[in-house]
Design a protein around this ligand. Structure first.
Ligand code: GAR
Length: 205
């Protein structure tokens, strides 16, 4: 399995980090297509400037199921085997998830199950946590919920603001997302309930 489809809604820095790792030969994958639900997402421009196929499929005004059918069609047309959510700010329908069982991954800017949902870095900062971080997980039908592939912890410094904390979490996101995608594409893992058991690695599992 090598063909990856990226879904994004905005800036696209996680996508860009993945694309650079692919280009540098650090991640054995092929980005088959990048799709944004917002035509104005900067990630679309970035993808095109990197010579990748990028589609804007606007979601505005469409029911979730109808929109997701369009997405499924486009992903299948491009032979996508693994769907990578990179700042994709829409919930996926159960039908979409059934179409790609354990073949959808997401990155979330907190140590799940803490602070699911929007603006996780601010939620964590406002809560007063000493440690936050990011999580890459398989996507299931619940929000920010599926089995966890990798996490990285980031300490909160005394002089942090939500913005400086977010920036350090983002730097970790850029590292662990490619690593997690590499694990999933290589098939060197198995899923036991909620636990993702990684083969040949030192990660606790
Ligand atoms: C990232 O911080 C990602 O973890 C977050 O959106 C940002 C997208 O940035 N995703 C979520 O909050 C999903 N629940 P990017 O467009 O620069 O990759």
């Amino acid at each position: 399995m090598r063909r990856v489809g990226i879904l994004l809604s905005g800036r696209g820095s996680n996508f860009e980090a993945i694309a650079r790792n692919v280009r540098a030969g650090r991640l054995d994958a092929e980005i088959a297509v990048v799709i944004s639900n917002r035509a104005e997402a900067p990630g679309v421009e970035t993808a095109r400037s990197l010579g990748l196929t990028a589609l804007a499929i606007p979601s505005r005004g469409l029911e979730r199921e109808a929109y997701d059918q369009k997405l499924i069609e486009a992903l299948k047309q491009h032979g996508v085997e693994l769907v990578v959510l990179a700042g994709y700010m829409r919930l996926l329908s159960p039908a979409f998830i059934r179409e790609f069982p354990m073949r959808i991954v997401n990155i979330h800017p907190s140590l799940l199950p803490a602070f699911p949902g929007l603006d996780a870095q601010h939620q964590a900062f406002d809560y007063g946590v000493r440690v936050s971080g990011c999580t890459v997980h398989f996507v299931d039908e619940h929000l920010d919920h599926g089995p966890i592939i990798l996490q990285s912890a980031v300490e909160v410094a005394a002089d942090d603001t939500a913005e400086t904390l977010s920036a350090r979490i983002l730097a970790e996101e850029h590292k662990i997302y490619s690593e997690a995608i590499g694990i999933v594409l290589s098939g060197a893992f198995r899923i036991d309930g909620r636990r993702v058991k990684l083969e040949n690695r030192n990660h606790a599992s």
